[in-house]
Design a protein around this ligand. Structure first.
Ligand SMILES: *Cc1c(COP(=O)(O)O)cnc(C)c1O
Length: 223
């Protein structure tokens, strides 16, 4: 065991999800947990799988390519790309992942569809003005939605966002509320939002996928 106490931490995260769902009158089954294993060794996925986790999030195509041979046989496991995708890596990403949360342009959407892979995708929306954040501007979403609705292979399921990081989870709330309003506008069922520090607020605002790393595996040394 590399990740001592992982089962207890999974229980604690599930408990947080349950109480946030209960508080907001939601069915906890609607909220799915993605265990974010970026930067950690492949043991995070293997031990998480043994402990019952099935959805895993990675940020970098190249990093996950190194782990993939050790985890490709895990039955029922699903791998989510939650980091920025460069258009020259679409083919590799489509091979390695089942869900891509970070489509941020019509061009990227078309390139993913051109791989002919039946992927689930979400559009990453940039709702803050931080220069370094990836994601499509709100004004571009409609065009990307149209491109994806016309796609043959990839299937648009929802929207994703990463608000500016803050100690105070309440500061994420307006971003989550805006993402939810946009998803309703386009009739999209899935909302990928909420991380270790703000998952409760995200659930209160309608999250269906929460992406949790630190609360499960501890602090990352780099990145
Ligand atoms: C790293 C990362 C997470 C997990 O963040 P934690 O604070 O460790 O839970 C979630 N989503 C994205 C997009 C990330 O890059």
């Amino acid at each position: 065991m590399v990740f001592e106490g992982l089962r207890d931490r999974i229980d604690a995260v599930r408990e947080r999800i349950h109480s946030a769902a209960a508080r907001s009158g939601r069915n906890p089954q609607e909220i799915k947990l993605i265990a974010v294993t970026k930067v950690f060794p492949v043991d995070a996925i293997l031990e998480g799988y043994d402990a019952g986790l099935r959805d895993f999030g990675e940020n970098y195509v190249q990093e996950f390519e190194g782990k993939a041979p050790r985890v490709s046989g895990l039955e029922g496991a699903r791998f989510h790309l939650i980091g920025h995708l460069q258009s020259n890596k679409t083919r590799k990403a489509a091979e390695l992942f089942q869900v891509v949360h970070t489509v941020d342009s019509a061009k990227l959407a078309r390139r993913l569809d051109d791989t002919g892979t039946p992927l689930d995708v979400l559009i990453e929306v940039k709702l803050s003005h931080e220069e370094t954040k990836s994601g499509a501007d709100a004004a571009e979403i409609e065009g990307i939605v149209e491109t994806l609705r016309a796609a043959k292979h990839v299937r648009l399921t929802g929207l994703m966002t990463v608000p500016p990081w803050s100690e105070d989870a309440e500061l994420s709330r307006p971003y989550f509320a805006r993402l939810r309003a946009m998803a309703e506008q386009f009739h999209l069922p899935e909302l990928s939002m909420g991380m270790s520090n703000d998952m409760e607020v995200a659930i209160e605002e309608g999250a269906t996928w929460v992406r949790v790393g630190t609360a499960l595996f501890g602090r990352r040394i780099k990145a």
